[in-house]
Ligand binder design. Structure first.
Ligand SMILES: Nc1ncnc2c1ncn2[C@@H]1O[C@H](COP(=O)(O)OP(=O)(O)OP(=O)(O)O)[C@@H](O)[C@H]1O
Length: 210
């Protein structure tokens, strides 16, 4: 089981498609278009931050349960990034300390590996797509989801900036599985076929060492 991570617009969905078609394995996407809480959250983060996180935890746990049976299944986002996003939101005053404590202990409880459980919840490999803040902004704009646009809400600029910054330490500290970082600025696998081949090769080489 492979989990992808990376900031908004890093290309997680595209890389999930590339890898699963390369390996002929199953992809597990968390659809943004069907998520009814996400636009509400962007409109009123303080009110919906905690509910959104519970929604995501539930969805990601579902994917983990389905994906674990296949060594090459790919999930388009890691459950641990949700925690990064929630803590950022909490630091911005959009969740209370009690909500954060409950969330942290729920995540820990859900992800604890139990010796008698027939399946493992943590991925075999985390593939992190690192992109610069500049690339992140360009991709968000290009994709054009209205609720993500800075033109509609200028405070998102700071939010995205801080999120991009926190991802660096998040990846450095991540220790739930083997991990590999892909330079998404250098290898634009979304647009460039050569970069696609290179990224697949890097990931295949990493898997061979696990
Ligand atoms: N745990 C979370 N808390 C708050 N917002 C979240 C969380 N997870 C995802 N989001 C939001 O959901 C939207 C989709 O994010 P995500 O990075 O999963 O997909 P994406 O941007 O389509 O990724 P990619 O372009 O890399 O395929 C973004 O607006 C992001 O901020």
């Amino acid at each position: 089981m492979i989990a992808l991570s990376g900031p908004i617009g890093a290309g997680k969905t595209t890389l999930t498609e590339l890898l699963t078609s390369h390996w002929e394995s199953d992809a597990y996407y968390e659809s943004v278009d069907d998520n009814k809480i996400l636009p509400l959250f962007y409109k009123d983060p303080k009110r919906y931050a905690f509910l959104l996180q519970i929604y995501f935890l539930n969805k990601r746990m579902d994917s983990i349960k389905q994906a674990n049976s296949d060594a090459r299944s790919v999930m388009d986002r890691s459950i641990y990034e949700d925690s990064l996003l929630f803590h950022l939101n909490a630091d911005l005053g959009r969740a209370t300390n009690t909500e954060v404590d409950i969330y942290d202990s729920l995540l820990k409880n859900m992800m604890q590996e139990l010796p008698r459980l027939s399946y493992k919840k943590n991925p075999d490999l985390l593939v992190h797509i690192d992109i610069s803040f500049d690339t992140m902004l360009k991709r968000i704009k290009k994709r054009g989801r209205s609720f993500e646009q800075i033109e509609n809400d200028p405070s998102l600029y700071e939010y995205y900036h801080e999120l991009n910054k926190r991802y660096v330490a998040w990846f450095d500290n991540y220790d739930q599985s083997a991990k590999i970082k892909i330079d998404g600025d250098k290898y634009d696998f979304v647009e460039n076929p050569e970069a696609r081949q290179k990224v697949i090769q890097l990931i295949d080489e990493k898997i061979a060492t696990i």
